[in-house]
Write a protein that binds this ligand. Structure first.
Ligand SMILES: [Zn+2]
Length: 412
């Protein structure tokens, strides 16, 4: 065993002794206290990679189940909290508390709705494989849902009036991971480095219209490049075509698997939806703005510029998001179908925060407060950032120029 490993283990052992002492101090008076801090094991990121390690789960109401002050972790459609020894449950709980701490620390930046979201006790469903319905809560049909997660709003008053299903509060669902094989279009050569966004548009166009291609293929006339070009033209995405037709595109089968409950940045992202959904950024659809801000918050919470990268067996065939991505704006950045795939808005927010200095986060947070699920990047986002600078910056003249330089650099 290399020396380094020995040293690491002894640090862990020392931590273990310390936690045990801390725990003893907490658990003995816990019969009268209202919250427990309990030790368990969770997946955390060390360096770039994910590891299992000991963590302390704070603010639990019970010592042996994940029933906490802010989160209760249940499995599937059950209402019973899972044991603290559940690795997935503890991973969710640990990172959700961490994300909540971040938002709670924003203090005066929070509006009343956001504060209310922090005060809500959220039911977090892991390994839930059913679909969501705003009328029935759970859709127990044959169709199962895998490899994704979602934040769902509390039940509407009409659900309570109808009385068919029990009303529910704010919930976050983490669907189970399942390895699937999917066909994708791979591009070769230097083009791989450019146009992250254009490629994902192509991929979507192609995988989204496979039946049409299959028919063309059966008729012996299948040419993926030309089919992509014609589809792009027909959807008004012709500016993608010159780059696209030059690509050597081949049909490649890839494996895909995403255990969203085991990847810290995805947990931060999802909780961010729960906090900001109280504003007008309600999750009525996925747009660059609605998905970009949670990625930006995941970066603030994790301190990582590459999100959901190096996920090992928890994320296969997935693409991380990079804060260093420097793609240029094109109008497709605002198309909802591709919004969640790119790094554009995320990297733009990080770049703006840097350019705006100490006031960067505050300016962007306040700009977010005026955006809605209808807002686009090119007009609404730019306008709200500049307006936030005018309203909140101590040096609006300089900050305006700093923001405009970023927008120009990114092709707005
Ligand atoms: Zn999202």
């Amino acid at each position: 065993m290399p020396l380094q490993d020995v040293r690491k283990r002894s640090v862990v052992e020392r931590q273990w002794i310390r936690y045990t002492l801390v725990l003893a101090g907490i658990l003995i008076p816990a019969f009268t206290a209202s919250a427990f801090d309990v030790e368990s094991r969770a997946i955390v990121r060390k360096g770039k990679r994910l590891h299992e390690e000991r963590v302390v789960l704070a603010n639990l109401r019970e010592a042996d189940r994940l029933e906490g002050e802010h989160f209760r972790i249940v499995a599937g459609t059950s209402e019973d909290p899972v044991p603290v020894t559940s690795l997935k449950g503890a991973t969710l709980y640990f990172h959700l508390e961490r994300a909540r701490d971040f938002f709670a620390g924003l203090g005066d930046l929070l509006n009343a709705d956001q504060r209310a979201a922090l005060g809500e006790r959220i039911t977090v469903r892991m390994d839930i494989d059913v679909e969501y319905s705003d009328a029935n809560h759970f859709v127990t049909g044959p169709k199962k849902v895998y490899n994704t997660c979602k934040t769902i709003p509390k039940s509407a008053p009409v659900v309570e009036r109808m009385g068919r299903v029990a009303p529910w509060g704010l919930e976050i669902w983490f669907h189970p991971a399942k390895t699937i094989r999917r066909k994708t279009m791979a591009a070769m050569g230097n083009h791989l480095k450019s146009g992250e966004f254009g490629l994902s548009v192509f991929e979507q166009l192609l995988t989204g219209d496979l039946t049409r291609f299959a028919q063309a293929g059966n008729a012996g006339s299948f040419d993926p490049t030309l089919a992509a070009a014609s589809l792009a033209f027909s959807l008004g995405l012709s500016q993608l075509v010159p780059r696209g037709v030059g690509l050597a595109i081949g049909r490649v089968k890839t494996r895909f698997r995403l255990d969203t409950a085991m990847i810290p940045e995805i947990i931060y992202h999802e909780y961010s939806h729960a906090v900001i959904k109280k504003s007008d950024l309600e999750l009525k659809r996925s747009t660059q703005i609605i998905e970009g801000f949670p990625n930006f918050f995941a970066y603030k919470i994790s301190g990582l510029s590459n999100l959901a990268d190096h996920d090992g067996a928890f994320g296969i065939g997935t693409r991380g998001k990079s804060a260093k991505y420097r793609g240029l704006y094109s109008f497709d950045q605002d198309l909802f179908s591709v919004a969640i795939y790119g790094s554009f808005t995320y990297s733009l927010l990080v770049q703006l925060e840097h350019a705006l200095g100490d006031e960067g986060f505050m300016i962007l947070w306040n700009a977010m407060g005026s955006l809605t699920y209808d807002s686009d990047l090119k007009n609404d986002f730019v306008r709200e950032v500049l307006s936030s600078i005018d309203r909140f910056s101590s040096n609006p003249e300089a900050k305006r120029w700093a923001a405009l330089r970023v927008f120009m650099e990114r092709g707005f």
